[in-house]
Structure formats: structure tokens, C-alpha cells
Design a protein around this ligand. Structure first.
Ligand code: ZN
Length: 352
């Protein structure tokens, strides 16, 4: 029996300062060798316990074992030279990053995240979500010297993601989520090959599948980009109809303190909607009432059985105490609305 409005997180959580430099993306590790491996495992334990203590229902490992949500996966893939870095403009030129280079055929020589998934699975009884970068976002965070075609490269990555995702499901992961912030940037490509790549990535995966599409971390380049998007952010309007027809089970989106018109959520009929109720771009902690207000608004467009209160995006760059407080606010806000639904609509509250 699953309770109504189960809470979850988009993905990353801040790392402890003994593991990596705090409050930065691509934070350098502060340990090495076996100490680093042990530190990562310890950090996963902390991340799981903190989510459970806050009252989060569907937990993740907080991406404690990866330096970055894309490059952490790429490090385990043949055909990607992690040492050959090129500074390139990514997300349609929004910002520059030092990206590894594709130098040969993409292949998964060995499992990438299996050990991490096995460890997380063994240390929580909650439902477990595991995140992977989506094919389009991977392609957009790489220099390519081999394929020469973004769609072809994305489909090659979808193949290795599929091997990985099937394995994660077999290890007892309940939700495999593909992170596709690039879906908010290249809307034509989403239609032309983005959905096809997602389908290839989830083909035959036996657990619940999700895609996360957001407006990014609270870095300056993203904040400036959002300022230029106008009063209403309607990017989702172009991609949701494709996603609604897709075989993906869940869509994780940004709602909190954003200019996304909530009515767009109705375009996702038939899907579970993971509505972002926590703003990750500001250290200001939401009140439970603020969270509840976003949930109530989302419920005008999404059936209660389909709604999961979530964070807008990963919380990696936030101070730890802030992320912890935001987790508690998320759970408390969901509890408020759950209670309201219980008194107003007993039938809905007793649904599985
Ligand atoms: Zn995100």
C-alpha cells in the first residue's frame, strides 16, 4: 500500500565537506583511493538517513559518488576520453564547460553504477530511485570527434544506458530516472530523436521509468537565462505532448518559484507527475505552507494518485543544512495536503 502524494527528490544532495568541496558544482574530491571509496559509501548512508529522517518516501543516493551528474556516468564508458577535455559552449551556448571527448565507438565495458545501487539498496527499506543522465543531455555535455551526428551519438548512448538501466532494475531499484535538462533547450530535437533515444534507453526495463526536465541548478548562467525567458516559461508545452504519448512512466518538472504555468501539467495526462515544490536556486527554505500551495495548485491539473511532490532539481550546490531543511519542508508540506485530501475526499485518500 502506497500513501498518497509520496515525496521524492530530483537527484543530487550536497556532499559532506570531508568528501568534496562544499557548495560548488564539479567539486573536487578531498579524499583519494580506498579512502575516497569508503568516504563515498559513508556519504550515501548519511544521505539515505537524512532523507528518511525528513520523511521522504522515495529516496536516492544523493549522487554522492559522482562529481557531476553527466560525467560520473561517462567515466565508465568506452569511447569517451575523460582526459581529453575541450571547453565548449553547452545548452545552446548558455554556458561553457570543460567536456570530455568522444574518440571512438560508445560501449559499456562493465557496469557503471551497479556497486553504488547495490549498496544503496542494501541500506534503505524505502523505495529507491536511481538517476542517470539522459542521452540528449549527455550528447550536449561532450565534445564529439567520432560520430559527427548528435542523433546517432544519442542513440549509441541510449544503448549503453539501456544496459545499465536493466541492470539497476534487476538490482532492486524501483525507479530509474533519466535526467534531460536539454529537453528544455532543444525542443525540435526532442520531437525528432529525443523521445526515440529515451525509448531505446528504457526498452525492457522492468522498474518504473522517469525523465527529469528542469531549468537547472542555481548557477549564474542559468539565472540569467531564466531572466530572458519572459513572464511565462512555456518550454514544457512543446515537449509534454510527446512525453504524454511516450512509454515513460513519470515526468519530473520544475514548479516551485518558477514561471512555468501550472496548467501545462494537464498535458501530461496518464503520467505520474513529479512536481517540483522546492526551489534549488535559493538558500531560502520554503515553509510547509508554501510547499502545500504548490501541491494544491498542481492538483488542479493532476489527479492526486498521479502526483509526487519533489524538488525542482538537484540540491548539490546548496549548503547541507539548507538542503536538509528543504527536505523537511517538502515532507511537511505534502503531509498538510494529504490531511486535507483525507478530510475532503475520503475515496481519494484510500486509493492505493
Ligand atoms: Zn534538474
Amino acid at each position: 500500500m502506497t500513501r498518497l502524494l509520496p515525496t521524492t527528490i530530483a537527484g543530487s544532495l550536497p556532499k559532506p565537506s570531508w568528501l568534496a568541496a562544499p557548495e560548488v558544482l564539479w567539486a573536487p574530491w578531498r579524499l583519494a583511493g580506498e579512502q575516497l571509496a569508503e568516504g563515498m559509501r559513508d556519504a550515501v548512508l548519511v544521505a539515505l538517513r537524512e532523507q528518511e529522517a525528513a520523511g521522504i518516501d522515495i529516496v536516492g543516493d544523493g549522487e554522492q559518488s559522482r562529481q557531476h551528474f553527466v560525467h560520473g556516468f561517462l567515466a565508465g564508458i568506452d569511447g569517451v576520453d575523460m582526459t581529453r577535455r575541450r571547453r565548449i559552449a553547452i545548452r545552446a551556448g548558455r554556458y561553457e564547460a570543460d567536456c570530455p571527448t568522444v574518440t571512438g565507438p560508445i560501449r559499456r565495458a562493465a557496469p557503471v553504477h551497479a556497486e553504488e545501487a547495490r549498496f544503496a539498496r542494501a541500506h534503505t527499506r524505502n523505495r529507491l530511485k536511481f538517476t542517470l543522465p539522459g542521452p540528449m543531455t549527455i550528447v550536449d555535455t561532450l565534445a564529439d570527434e567520432h560520430y559527427g551526428d548528435r542523433a546517432r551519438l544519442a542513440l549509441a548512448f541510449a544503448g549503453v544506458l539501456n544496459e545499465e538501466a536493466r541492470e539497476l532494475a534487476a538490482l532492486g531499484v524501483d525507479v530509474v530516472q533519466l535526467d534531460e535538462p536539454a529537453f528544455n533547450v532543444y525542443m525540435d530535437e526532442v520531437r525528432d530523436w529525443g523521445i526515440e533515444a529515451l525509448h531505446r534507453a528504457i526498452d525492457g526495463v522492468t522498474c518504473t521509468t522517469a525523465v527529469h526536465i528542469c531549468y537547472g541548478y542555481g548557477i549564474e548562467a542559468n539565472i540569467a537565462w531564466k531572466r530572458g525567458l519572459g513572464d511565462e516559461w512555456r518550454q514544457y508545452e512543446l515537449t509534454f505532448p510527446h512525453l504524454a504519448r511516450s512509454r515513460i512512466d513519470q515526468v519530473s518538472v520544475e514548479c516551485a518559484r518558477s514561471r512555468v504555468p501550472m496548467s501545462l501539467l494537464s498535458l501530461l495526462e496518464g503520467k505520474d507527475v513529479l512536481a517540483g515544490c522546492i526551489d534549488v536556486t535559493s538558500p531560502q527554505v520554503e515553509t510547509p505552507e508554501e510547499v502545500a500551495e504548490v501541491i494544491r495548485e498542481a492538483l488542479r491539473h493532476v489527479a492526486p494518485e498521479r502526483l509526487q511532490p519533489c524538488t525542482n532539481c538537484g540540491m548539490a550546490p546548496l549548503p547541507r543544512h539548507v538542503a536538509r531543511a528543504k527536505l523537511r519542508a517538502l515532507a511537511a508540506g505534502a503531509a498538510l495536503v494529504r490531511e486535507e485530501l483525507g478530510t475532503q475526499a475520503p475515496a481519494a485518500a484510500s486509493a492505493p
